[in-house]
Design a protein around this ligand. Structure first.
Ligand code: ATP
Ligand code: MG
Length: 214
């Protein structure tokens, strides 16, 4: 299986959700590899080095790739159950290549109109290029504490015809701290934050199963 995390804007939560999803599947004994497409920053690669050094379980593989096809060639060797593409900061030709290869395409986004509009534009662009609409899911990240704001964002996304999930990831210092030491946002020292992050992964897993069943 292949999951792609892409966005129009940078800093929206691609690497954060990549590591969350990777950890959740690895926890269920899947062999998981992150394809870090961010050649300049190598965020997930550095994160996984910290994780390995500290011997955090479950272990996750990460490799930096210059091309999508290089990662897919590796995936086709059959050594991993799940490849997760952690997309580069800005959308590019690789974004469509990743999307075409993926069973599920996750678009993390902030919930201001400034963030939602480019996200929807990217989703439209993908659909225009042949990606099935129901394989795209928009996930709200770094949200505030206003339920009204989240509800408005969800209604906006539903109106334009894309999938969202019920769970969202709030902006919390503990999430940053956790990732700073090689852990995922479901491995903080706060149970409620871990549960909130895990429920995002669970909804995505459910969505993939639903798509598979069709
Ligand atoms: N829910 C959150 N609460 C607090 N900090 C967060 C949260 N989500 C992400 N961050 C922090 O925000 C920054 C950007 O997040 P992340 O690296 O996941 O985004 P990205 O889309 O991968 O960015 P880029 O486009 O640069 O690759 C990171 O420093 C991360 O630790
Ligand atoms: Mg990133």
């Amino acid at each position: 299986m292949i999951i792609g995390l892409v966005s129009q804007k940078g800093g929206v939560g691609k690497s954060t959700l990549t590591r969350l999803i990777a950890r959740e599947y690895a926890n269920s004994n899947w062999t998981v590899k992150i394809a870090d497409m961010d050649a300049k920053q190598g965020t997930s690669t550095r994160w996984n080095m910290l994780r390995n050094e500290a011997n955090f379980e479950p272990a996750i593989k990460t490799e930096q790739y210059r091309s999508v096809s290089g990662a897919i060639d590796d995936y086709n060797k059959g050594e991993v159950d799940l490849m997760i593409f952690d997309g580069a900061p800005a959308a590019s030709a690789a974004t469509l290549q990743i999307s075409k290869a993926s069973n599920l395409i996750v678009l993390p986004t902030g919930i201001s109109v400034d963030d939602l509009e480019p996200t929807v534009r990217l989703a439209h662009e993908l659909v225009k290029n042949g990606i099935a609409r129901n394989h795209i899911v928009i996930v709200f990240c770094r949200v505030g504490d206003s339920l009204g704001e989240i509800k408005d964002a969800r209604e906006y996304i539903e109106e334009v015809g894309y999938n969202t999930i019920n769970a969202s990831l709030p902006e919390r210092v503990a999430y940053r701290r956790s990732q700073d030491v090689g852990k995922s946002v479901a491995e903080t020292t706060f149970k409620s934050l871990n549960n909130r992050a895990s429920s995002i992964a669970q909804e995505l897993i459910d969505l993939i199963q639903k798509l598979d069943g069709k």
